[in-house]
Design a binder for this molecule. Structure first.
Ligand SMILES: [Zn+2]
Length: 100
């Protein structure tokens, strides 16, 4: 077997593995897809959330704003049934903080 460190395939594979390893601690802390539904075009889709918080009136603030990938609507976007379950789970596990 000829093992050489200068094989470009080996280097890129290692690089890829390193990236996955570096990415994983972040993804365990706050990486969540939340399921939304667009009332404008009835599209159901996942959005990668960076943060979810309650404001003073207990309204959920999503970051980034969940925009419909099909029609671009932002106003008509609501949580799907599955999305509501996901939010319930986050509330119960104390992962949604309130902005003061
Ligand atoms: Zn839409």
């Amino acid at each position: 077997m000829d093992i050489t460190c200068q094989n470009p395939n080996t280097i890129s594979e290692l690089d890829l593995m390193l990236r996955i390893v570096q990415k994983s601690p972040k993804s365990t802390t706050y990486n969540m897809k939340i399921n939304f539904m667009c009332e404008n075009c009835l599209n159901i889709y996942d959005v990668d959330m960076k943060s979810i918080q309650f404001d003073k009136t207990r309204e959920l603030i999503f970051t980034p704003e969940p925009e419909c990938p099909r029609c671009g609507a932002t106003e008509e976007v609501v949580l799907s049934n599955y999305g509501l379950e996901q939010i319930d789970h986050l509330i119960f596990s104390n992962q949604i903080k309130t902005i003061k």
